[in-house]
Design a protein around this ligand. Structure first.
Ligand code: DON
Length: 304
């Protein structure tokens, strides 16, 4: 497969979308990012790859980190994790509060904010050095020891994170947070702030695509079945209330973030990361979604 040629064609086709959509502004630090960016990096499980555009510029990967958090929590807790968070698509916005009350404090899945806040609480309880061990795992899986938190973004989100604070309070009310609300929120915002470029992001998702190699990074080990299940949750829940549309158009397990990043995998073949900060009304990158739609259309490489 000539991925270089395909990415070049994709770049031409998505170019008219460069000014479509708005970057996230509810986190003040994200509103300062230049929105007119586009990068795509694809890495194959046999060591090949192709890339194009702004692939070396780091951005806040935000909710894409929820895949790493879930991986860590599953490796620590196994199936017991599902006593505190569900694995059903929510059909609601990523920061929705409504279902949490209806479901008596059990979030629908680990990728909506409510679920990710529960997962952050699990990590806080289980790890002796949560901040250090979390970033150590991400450095190992990305293969880059320079990857780190963006503390300015984390602090910025804390100043306006009213809805997440409401979610955390409701979780606490229902007995689904073990730690102090402030500690959980601080750790959750820090997780979301992790900065990477498209190359590092594609590299970090390659282990979810590569079924021949053991998933083991420092203390985080997952079985073949656990990786399969994380991919399944990406497919059904990775794009919130856009998950159906994303599945329909793209057909690859993936995860988006409000920093404009998307990571997706074609199991057995490749991992791909895109970045473009302008988002659609559901909080997902406009150019990124289109690029992935074109990628599976041109390559005929989709799980469906
Ligand atoms: O909690 C938040 O709202 C952000 N830190 C993360 C949300 C996010 O990335 C949603 N993804 N599209």
């Amino acid at each position: 497969m000539d991925y270089n040629r395909i990415l070049t064609e994709i770049a031409v086709e998505v170019e008219p979308l460069r000014t479509v959509g708005q970057q996230a502004s509810y986190i003040p630090a994200l509103a300062r990012v230049n929105p007119d960016r586009f990068g795509i990096c694809l890495l194959t499980t046999d060591g090949g790859g192709a890339e194009l555009g702004d692939v070396g510029e780091r951005f806040s990967i935000q909710s894409v980190t929820k895949v790493f958090s879930l991986s860590m929590a599953l490796s620590l807790k196994g199936e017991a994790l599902w006593e505190r968070v569900g694995k059903e698509p929510s059909g609601s916005a990523f920061n929705s509060l409504i279902q949490l009350e209806l479901d008596h404090g059990i979030p629908r899945n680990p990728f909506i904010n409510a679920g990710a806040i529960v997962v952050a609480d699990v990590l806080l309880s289980e790890l002796s050095d949560p901040e250090g061990e979390y970033i150590d795992f991400i450095r190992r899986i990305s293969g880059d020891p320079t990857v780190g938190y963006d503390r300015e973004v984390a602090a910025s989100e804390r100043t306006t994170g009213y809805v997440n604070a409401a979610i955390a309070n409701m979780l606490k009310y229902y007995g689904n947070l073990q730690n102090d609300i402030e500690d959980v929120l601080r750790f959750y915002f820090l997780q979301c702030s992790v900065k990477m470029d498209c190359r590092q992001l594609a590299q970090s998702f390659l282990p979810f695509a590569d079924r021949n190699r053991e998933f083991s990074f420092g203390g985080v080990s997952l079985t073949y079945s656990q990786v399969k299940r994380i991919n399944a949750i990406m497919q059904t829940c990775g794009f919130y209330n856009d998950a159906g549309e994303y599945s329909y158009l793209v057909g690859l397990p993936g995860k988006s973030g409000v920093g404009g990043g998307i990571a997706a995998v074609y199991p057995g073949r490749y991992a791909v990361a895109t970045w473009s900060p302008r988002l659609n009304e559901k909080g997902n990158s406009v150019m990124g979604m289109k690029a992935l739609e074109l990628l599976t259309s041109y390559t005929h490489e989709s799980i469906f």
